[in-house]
Design a protein around this ligand. Structure first.
Ligand code: SF4
Length: 277
């Protein structure tokens, strides 16, 4: 089953858990009330585009072909045009527009392509959707691993593709919950007896584009911490606990800012209705 099908039913995911913990009111607007986003950020759309290109690159590699850089560029141009051309709901960061990101994306992919190690791992899956249940959470946890590989010793390597505005610190990589969730999912979906390595392939959108691979591992304690958090998040959702984290740095770029202000500033009956949704 693919992720879009799994998303049709009620579920939790690593990003949903993180989203709830960051601002449960934004979680409610997006995932429960299903309010349309007030805008889409250029970073989000650009990241989706890069992700699709990498997915195609590895699909070719899986059947023994290596795309040339010029083909990667062409694929990016076609995909970015399909995603972003003539859209008026994309909010571009200062200095960015459709054309500048078209050029920048090619430079970023060049940095990635030229630094990508020529490893000989066997590709087991690309965009591998998963689902599993946890005790205490009555809906499935779902997600998709961007790339699953195996080395010659049988170790499983799970990679998540990222585009980021900056390099990651070691702590960020070692504590990332998405990777922890992938390890839990892998163990519950056939890889419980394997050693598992986790990796971010990160295309870094600095002035001079960069590419870094960050490797990490997870312990059973890391898994236990995330499982406990997932149960707490589910408990909060089922009890209707949605709190605005309106001092967060995320508020400035939040796609529900107007809905949030309307909700927080409403009086009387309106407030009661909103708080009882
Ligand atoms: S503006 Fe801030 S407090 Fe309001 S929903 Fe968005 S992130 Fe949450």
């Amino acid at each position: 089953m693919v992720l879009s099908e799994l998303r049709q039913n009620d579920h939790l995911s690593a990003s949903a858990i993180l989203g709830y913990v960051d601002c449960s009111l934004a979680y409610k607007f997006g995932r429960i009330d299903k309010l349309p986003m007030e805008f889409k950020s250029d970073a989000l759309e650009f990241g989706t585009c890069i992700h699709r290109v990498l997915e195609e690159f590895y699909s070719a590699r899986m059947i023994g072909e290596k795309m040339l850089l010029k083909d990667v560029h062409q694929l990016f141009e076609t995909t970015w045009t399909g995603i972003a051309a003539d859209r008026d709901d994309i909010r571009y960061a200062e200095g960015n527009d459709f054309k500048s990101l078209l050029m920048y994306g090619k430079d970023l992919l060049t940095a990635w392509y030229n630094k990508l190690p020529d490893d000989q791992f066997t590709i087991l899956a690309i965009e591998e959707a998963f689902t599993f249940t946890l005790p205490g959470v009555s809906i499935p946890i779902i997600g998709a691993m961007d790339l699953v590989e195996e080395d010659s010793a049988g170790t499983i390597i799970i990679t998540d593709f990222k585009t980021s505005g900056r390099a990651y610190s070691k702590d960020e990589v070692d504590q990332n919950q998405q990777l922890t969730m992938y390890q839990i999912a892998a163990k519950r979906n056939g890889y419980a007896d394997r050693e598992i390595l986790l990796r971010f392939d990160t295309l870094i959108k600095t002035k001079t584009p960069k590419f870094e691979q960050y490797w990490t591992v997870r312990s059973e304690l890391d898994e236990r911490r995330l499982i406990k958090k997932a149960v707490q998040v589910w408990d909060g959702i089922t009890k209707g606990v949605f709190v605005a984290n309106d001092l967060s740095w995320r508020c400035k770029g939040c796609a529900y800012k107007k809905a949030c202000d309307d909700y927080l500033e409403a009086e009387g009956e309106e407030y009661d209705q909103a708080s009882n949704q």
